[in-house]
Design a protein around this ligand. Sequence first.
Ligand SMILES: NC(=O)c1ccc[n+]([C@@H]2O[C@H](COP(=O)([O-])OP(=O)(O)OC[C@H]3O[C@@H](n4cnc5c(N)ncnc54)[C@H](O)[C@@H]3O)[C@@H](O)[C@H]2O)c1
Length: 272
Amino acid sequence: MKRIGLLGCGAIGTEIALAIDSGKISAKLTHIYDFSKNASAMLANKLQNKPQITENVSLLATAPVDLIVEAASQDAVRDNALSILQNRKDLMIMSVGALVDESIFDVILDGCMDFNKQVYLPSGAIIGLDGIRSVKDEIESVILVTTKNPKALKGAIFFETSKIDLDSIKEATTIYEGSAQEAVKLFPANVNVAALLSLAGIGSQKTRVKIIADPSTDKNIHEIQTQGKFGRFSIKVENIPSESNPKTSRLAILSAIECLRKICGSDIQLGT
Ligand SMILES: NC(=O)c1ccc[n+]([C@@H]2O[C@H](COP(=O)([O-])OP(=O)(O)OC[C@H]3O[C@@H](n4cnc5c(N)ncnc54)[C@H](O)[C@@H]3O)[C@@H](O)[C@H]2O)c1
C-alpha cells in the first residue's frame, strides 16, 4: 500500500484524508502538515487511523512516504515542490495555478526527470482534459467561458483598475475577455481551471478566457469550446461549491479523490 503525506488540511485535504481513512482509497495516510496547527489537529481528530502531524513542511518532505498530496496553496507549491521531488516522493498538486509561471513549471518538470518522480495534476473543477490533450496538436482555438455570481468574483485584482461595478449588474454581463495567461493574474480564483486547460492544450497565451457575471446563478459554470482539424467539441460543467470552502467546487474534491484512487489502486485503467 502506498504511504501518503498530506500538505494542507482544508476542504480538499480533509475529504481526501477521509476517503483514505474509510478505505475508499487503498493507501495509508501516515503524515500530515498544515501551517495552521488547528487545521491539522482537527483533521487528525476526525480520522480512525491517526497520521503523524509533522512540525514543519521539511519534515513532511523527508518523511517515509511514497507520495505527497498538495492541497494548500500556490505558495506551498512554489516553496516545496522541488524539495519533495528531491526527497524522492511523487507529488499530486491541486494548486495548479502555480504552474502557469513557466519558471515554476520548468523547475518541477526538471525535478520529475532528475529524480525520476511523477507529478499528478487532477482534472479538478473541469472535465474533458483527456480530450483536450488528445487533440492538442490539431487545436486551432480554445476558449473557456466562466460564469459566476458577481459575489463570487468580488475581490479579484481585475477590479482594482476596472470601472465595472459588480453591484450594479442586473443580468448576465461579459466583464472580461483575454488570454488565460492574463486572466489567471487578474482573476486568481479562476486560476486552477484556466491553468489546467492551458497546460493540457495550446498554452496560456493562446487559450482565451471570457468571464461573465450573472446574478441569477449560484453555481460556478465553466464552458470549454474548442475546434480544429479534429472537429469541434464543447464541454459545460455547472459546479456546486464545497460546503466547507465555497471557492472550491465539489467536483474538484471528487476529482482529487478519484485521481488518488487511480494512482494507488491495482485496477483496470479506464479512459485516456
Ligand atoms: N485543481 C483544481 O481544480 C482546484 C479546485 C479547487 C481548489 N484548488 C486549490 O487547491 C488548494 C486547496 O483548496 P482548499 O479548498 O482545500 O483550500 P482551503 O483553504 O480549504 O485549505 C487549504 C489549507 O492549506 C493550508 N495552507 C495554505 N498554505 C499553506 C502552506 N504554504 N503550508 C502549509 N499549509 C498551508 C491552510 O492553512 C488551509 O488549512 C487551493 O490552492 C485551491 O486554489 C484547486
